[in-house]
Write a protein that binds this ligand. Structure first.
Ligand SMILES: Nc1ncnc2c1ncn2[C@@H]1O[C@H](COP(=O)(O)OP(=O)(O)OP(=O)(O)O)[C@@H](O)[C@H]1O
Length: 224
C-alpha cells in the first residue's frame, strides 16, 4: 500500500497543548522499510498511530492508496485496522492468562471461522519456530518467544503494513537480531514496515531512515 502524509500535524489538547507532530509530509512506497529514530517524547508513537488510524491528525491528510483516512467512518477505520495493519510493541501486549495460540487467535475470533484461523495460526507459529510453545502461557516464554508470538498475532490478518513500536527494546542482542531478520523476511515478501526506535544500530536495516525531533521529521541522507 502506498502511504502518504500531507502536512500532518497532531496537537494533543492537554492542560498545556502538545504539538506531537508538526506538518509532516512523507511518501512511503509499498514494500519499503522505514525507520523512525528519535528521543523520548519526539512523536514516534503518534506517527505510527496516525498511520494506523488510532490518532487523527489535527491538520493535514493521511492517504492510503490515495484514499483519505481522515474521511473514513468509524467502521471503515476499524476494517482498515483489522485487515491492513499489524502492530507490534516493545512490551508484547500478550494476555497473560491465555496461551500463545489463544493470544494469536483472539483478535480475529469475532470475525473469522475458528477452524480456518486456527490452521493459519498454527502455520504461522510453526514458521516462527514456536510450534512447541503453542500451549505455553506468556509468563513461561523468553522475551524473543513473546515477541514471536506477538508477531504471529499481528500477521494473522495478513496485514499489508506492519507498525513496530520499539520491537526490540526489551530483547537481548541475540533475540534482537532474530526478530530483525524475521522482519526483513516479511519485508522481502512485500509487507511495508514502519519501525520506531531509540536504537541507532537499527539504521542498517531497512530502506530509509528518518529522525523525529520535537514533532519535526527529517530524512537521514547517506551514512553520516
Ligand atoms: N493522549 C495524549 N494526550 C496528551 N499528550 C500526549 C498524548 N499522547 C502523547 N502525548 C504527548 O505527545 C508527545 C509525543 O508523544 P509520543 O508518545 O508520540 O512520543 P514518543 O517519541 O513515542 O515517545 P517514547 O519514545 O517515550 O515512547 C509527548 O510530549 C507526549 O507527552
Amino acid at each position: 500500500m502506498h502511504i502518504s502524509l500531507k502536512s500532518v500535524s497532531v496537537v494533543f489538547n492537554s492542560k498545556i497543548p502538545v504539538d506531537a507532530l508538526k506538518e509532516i509530509t512523507i511518501n512511503i512506497e509499498k514494500g519499503q522499510w522505514i525507520n523512525i529514530l528519535g528521543p523520548s517524547g519526539s512523536g514516534k508513537t503518534t506517527f505510527l498511530n496516525v498511520i494506523g488510524g488510532m490518532d487523527k491528525p489535527t491538520n493535514g491528510k493521511v492517504e492510503i492508496n490515495g484514499q483519505d483516512l481522515t474521511s473514513f467512518s468509524d467502521n471503515q477505520i476499524q476494517d482498515y485496522r483489522r485487515n491492513k495493519i499489524g502492530y507490534i510493541f516493545q512490551d508484547y501486549r500478550l494476555f497473560e492468562q491465555y496461551t500463545v495460540l489463544e493470544n494469536v487467535l483472539m483478535p480475529q475470533l469475532p470475525y473469522k471461522k475458528y477452524d480456518e484461523i486456527k490452521k493459519e495460526a498454527l502455520f504461522l507459529l510453526d514458521s516462527l519456530q514456536m510450534n512447541d510453545r503453542i500451549h505455553s502461557l506468556p509468563g513461561e516464554l523468553s522475551g524473543g518467544e513473546k515477541q514471536r508470538a506477538a508477531i504471529a498475532r499481528a500477521l494473522l490478518s495478513q496485514p499489508e503494513i506492519l507498525l513496530c513500536d520499539e520491537p526490540t527494546g526489551n530483547l537481548d542482542e541475540d533475540n534482537r537480531e532474530k526478530i530483525l531478520s524475521l522482519l526483513k523476511q516479511l519485508n522481502d515478501r512485500g509487507i511495508t514496515i514502519l519501525l520506531v526506535t531509540h536504537d541507532l544500530e537499527i539504521v542498517k536495516w531497512g530502506t530509509r531512515t528518518f529522525y523525529l525531533r520535537s514533532g519535526n521529521l527529517k530524512e537521514k541522507i547517506g551514512n553520516g
